[in-house]
Design a protein around this ligand. Structure first.
Ligand SMILES: NC(=O)c1ccc[n+]([C@@H]2O[C@H](COP(=O)([O-])OP(=O)(O)OC[C@H]3O[C@@H](n4cnc5c(N)ncnc54)[C@H](O)[C@@H]3O)[C@@H](O)[C@H]2O)c1
Length: 255
């Protein structure tokens, strides 16, 4: 028996890297997978590998989410969603940032999560609950100076996840973020510009380990968790108090 037997899991960025590993991990846990990717070939290949359903389109396009909900509903879902699609953006001089790449980075990394949650929440609420996990990054917890644009988008994800979490408990929906450091995927090859992580002495994490952490977050009690995965050894759960709780705890000025 798998933790996701009879459940439908939506996975974005399913055609490559962490998303592709998650397709295997979530399917092995029993889920019917809806594999979403901008790249139709990648989406189809991932879905075909596990007997799932492919949806080709951008996570930043509301029409993609209509298609995702339709595919999930055909199998009785969505119960679980792993909002993982992302792009690395721009790591060179800020004055040379191409405007179309800027827009695509914000669209994919931020709007892809917001539009996903916007679409999924009513559908999950109608089913009595659900679990959403987003891929942020350690760059969504601490600044990553090689890529400020990427850092900005990933802070957006961790902030959104933590602020949404208490609002969704009434619906029985959890929302968490997995925050990897450096993972052995095509994105890392792009970021290193052909350099090797091993040469730099950077520990490389397997995409499967990130996918397994996403599955754990989707299937265990808790919400608003941001789990950093720095190396192959231990996950670190990172949590700031909610702003409202900080205000309530602050000393009141004298009347
Ligand atoms: N690789 C790392 O070291 C690392 C570290 C921390 C966080 N992450 C995050 O993990 C996630 C997955 O990254 P990866 O390393 O597997 O990258 P990857 O490049 O291997 O895969 C990303 C996938 O997302 C798809 N995609 C891109 N834009 C899309 C869009 N608008 N709509 C739908 N699909 C789209 C791509 O086609 C690709 O299949 C990203 O959010 C990334 O920011 C990666």
């Amino acid at each position: 028996m798998g933790e996701l037997d009879g459940k439908v899991a939506v996975i974005t960025g399913a055609g490559s890297g962490i998303g592709r590993a998650a397709v295997d991990v979530f399917a092995a846990a029993g889920a019917t997978v809806v594999a979403v990717d901008l790249d139709p070939v990648g989406a189809e290949a991932a879905a075909a590998a596990v007997g799932g359903v492919a949806v080709a389109g951008s996570v930043a396009d509301p029409a993609t989410w209509d298609a995702v909900l339709e595919a999930a509903a055909a199998h009785g879902g969505p119960h679980v969603a792993y909002l993982n699609a992302g792009v690395y953006g721009w790591q060179d001089a800020i004055e040379e940032l191409p405007l179309d790449l800027y827009q695509r980075t914000v669209d994919t990394n931020v709007s892809g999560v917001v539009l996903g949650v916007r679409a999924l929440v009513p559908a999950m609420r109608a089913l009595g609950g659900g679990a959403i996990v987003a891929t942020a990054s350690v760059a969504g917890i601490v600044a990553f100076s090689p890529n400020p644009l990427y850092t900005m988008t990933k802070y957006a994800v961790t902030g959104f996840v933590q602020a949404m979490a208490p609002r969704l408990t009434v619906d029985g929906i959890t929302i968490d973020a997995v925050c990897p450091s450096v993972v052995d995927t095509p994105m890392t090859t792009e970021a290193l510009k052909g350099g090797s992580a091993a040469d730099l002495g950077i520990p490389m994490i397997s995409p499967t380990r990130i996918a397994e952490t996403a599955l754990r977050l989707a299937t265990t009690d808790g919400t608003g968790r941001c789990v950093a995965i720095i190396d192959g050894v231990a996950d670190i759960e990172w949590r700031f108090p909610d702003f409202v709780d900080l205000l309530k705890a602050a000393p009141q000025p004298d009347a």
